[in-house]
Write a protein that binds this ligand. Structure first.
Ligand SMILES: [Zn+2]
Length: 120
């Protein structure tokens, strides 16, 4: 389950990287419209917006990774990272929770989603 989270972050990272490329391509297309100052500026601004968007996404990934909490797994006594309210140990897949109300309950991915809905 821990892998699922990291792949999610990797997916966002790939998306942000592709946005930079799209931004440069759009700006490059703008060069072909040199004859029209207006169209060229339009493409340049559009390309810049893509690059700004990707910077924002990179910033968001940074924020997301600070939310991971280091805990000592009670089952294997190894230090593992968890994202969200419930997660699994990276080493032995022991279900872990930060919420004392959920302690002892069965592992459920839904707990993470519930919290997200409350925040939004
Ligand atoms: Zn463990």
């Amino acid at each position: 389950m821990g892998l699922k989270y990291s792949s999610k972050i990797n997916k966002i990272r790939t998306f942000a990287l592709s946005l930079i490329f799209v931004g440069f391509v759009v700006m490059y297309i703008g060069i072909f419209f040199r004859s029209s100052m207006f169209v060229m500026t339009l493409f340049m601004i559009l390309g810049l917006l893509f690059i700004i968007a990707s910077t924002v996404i990179y910033f968001w990934i940074g924020m997301l990774s600070t939310k991971t909490v280091q805990v000592v797994c009670p089952s294997c006594n190894k230090i593992t990272k968890m994202l969200g309210r419930v997660d699994m140990c990276m080493y032995c897949n022991e279900p872990l929770t930060l919420d004392p109300d959920l302690a002892g309950k069965e592992f459920d991915e839904k707990y993470n989603r519930k919290q997200k809905k409350k925040k939004g």
